[in-house]
Design a protein around this ligand. Sequence first.
Ligand SMILES: NC(=O)c1ccc[n+]([C@@H]2O[C@H](COP(=O)([O-])OP(=O)(O)OC[C@H]3O[C@@H](n4cnc5c(N)ncnc54)[C@H](O)[C@@H]3O)[C@@H](O)[C@H]2O)c1
Length: 348
Amino acid sequence: MKKVRLGLIGMGMIGKLHAETMSKMKDIEFVAASDADAKHQKTATELGTKFYQSYKEMIGKDTLDGVVIAVPNELHLPVGATCAKKGLNILMEKPIAADLESADRLIQAAKENKVILMVGHHRRHNPMIEELRRIVRGGEIGKLVGVTVLWSLYKPKDYFKGPFAWRAQPGGGPIRINLIHEIDNIRYICGDITRLYAEVSHEARKFPVEDTVSISLRIAGGAVANIFLTDTAPGNVGYEANTGENLFFYQSPQNCYYYYGTEGVVTFPGMKKFFYRDPAKAGWQYALCEEGIKIDREDPYTRQIRNFCGVIQGTEKPKIDGVDARKTLEVALAIQKSGETGQAIVFG
Ligand SMILES: NC(=O)c1ccc[n+]([C@@H]2O[C@H](COP(=O)([O-])OP(=O)(O)OC[C@H]3O[C@@H](n4cnc5c(N)ncnc54)[C@H](O)[C@@H]3O)[C@@H](O)[C@H]2O)c1
């Protein structure tokens, strides 16, 4: 089969990872990369791909099958719609867009121009997440009753400085940038979220965006969940610090998720299952059995690009398309709204 020809728009924190990933994949052609900041030319050259400062020039000059877009959230719609008009298939970084109206316009642009719109909720491509989904949905821990999620990682001051100031402004913030991944994981593993209540604080950093969030939510099927997130306290519990998925983050062997069912509990990413072997000896006075869950690890960013190429070639379905990603964004924005109004939000 002909190699899929891909371009990249945005070579910042995550764009650089996509560039490195694509440059290592023998079964695709990483044709070109672009970034408004010329300093990224060096990385492009090192990775053996062409560089453009203007993405419009890149998509005008090069023949591409698709683009990976990793620009600030507010630019997802304008950059995405321009690429769609050019007939290019899109892997858009998450969130799909900065707000729901922009998400709808982007979905519409993809539809009108008959291009694929896939969204970079890359965790869905992690074999550990796929296995957790299989265990929960397959009833291996009985009926799911609850989930706890902890994300506590400290963002350094530089994270918000200079060209990165967007991260501290409306449209950025840890709900859209980080928490949205947790929402998407819960949706992917368990099902849709039906109701939530959130306490949202920006007391520590005093930015226009939040720094600390606590959420209670209900999942279709009746399970409940809680999520605590802060980016302002020294912490080592959080998906990025615990899964080894992206070694930019200092790694610590902790569990950031617990999935509780009527017949057992699974820890993540420890991937251990706890349960009572003998139903006659089930109770808090008895010891639990512990079983490791075997996983073949594989890089989710590589799998994500492979899935994007498979969708372009018509051999695969996207793990997450624009419509699905919009639902994840809707929940993330509802968390913000609940924090502002002090009201619970119910989804229809
Ligand atoms: N999937 C993940 O794990 C993950 C992780 C981090 C960020 N993200 C998402 O990726 C996106 C980028 O985040 P980031 O932290 O890498 O941001 P960043 O600020 O580090 O990088 C953004 C890059 O886009 C470039 N850019 C801005 N306007 C441009 C334009 N018009 N044309 C070309 N390049 C342009 C900037 O120069 C910068 O290099 C955001 O949507 C964010 O939510 C996803």
